[in-house]
Design a protein around this ligand. Sequence first.
Ligand code: HEC
Length: 182
Amino acid sequence: MKLSTTLLLAALLLPTLGSCGGGESVDPPADSDSDSATAPVTETVTEQAPAKIEEAAKTESGMDQLEALENQATGAVEAAKEATKEVVISKAAQALFDSYCVTCHGKTGKGDGIAAAGLPVKPASFTDAAWQASVTDEHLALVIAEGGAAAGKSPLMVAAPGAKDNPELLNGLVAIVRAFGE
Ligand code: HEC
């Protein structure tokens, strides 16, 4: 992570730093995008990258740039995570939830399915933010894959058929439970 971030920053920073010439000092680059004198620099880019980055880090504007780029990179990673969340729910997972889990948990995830009245221990409402915050994904996966008893919960929370050996199905079910909280 650290190394790849540094490389990414190097790649992003170099065209900007190139406009500073021989590399004795790094002036705050005013408007790097409009500077056309950066072309020759790209040839020596690979050898000079570490030194340039180090130099940039010594100046305040360089540090600001590094920080801004790091923030950008973090933002991109978060966005990517959000995007994958959407596709994690497979059709099989949704179908299993809609036909099976709903009997106890209900279509709304509130624990009001047709079989819920007969349960001595009522399931938590998946829409409850406090409950969502109190459970980890690992806990949800354990309960769903192996049943409530495996996590000290009611044994009437039965393991999802086939989920234990099927990460895609299991992750999909966890994502469905999480989606009720959003
Ligand atoms: C026969 C009824 C029943 C079915 C079917 C059922 N559950 Fe549950 N589930 C329960 C009960 C009861 C609890 C509450 C357990 C407790 O709090 O001790 C529970 C709790 C849970 C919890 C929360 C555990 C916690 O720590 O609060 C999750 C997540 C869950 N079920 C997911 C599922 C999924 C996904 C399915 C479908 C694959 C499913 N359940 C099918 C009865 C059921």
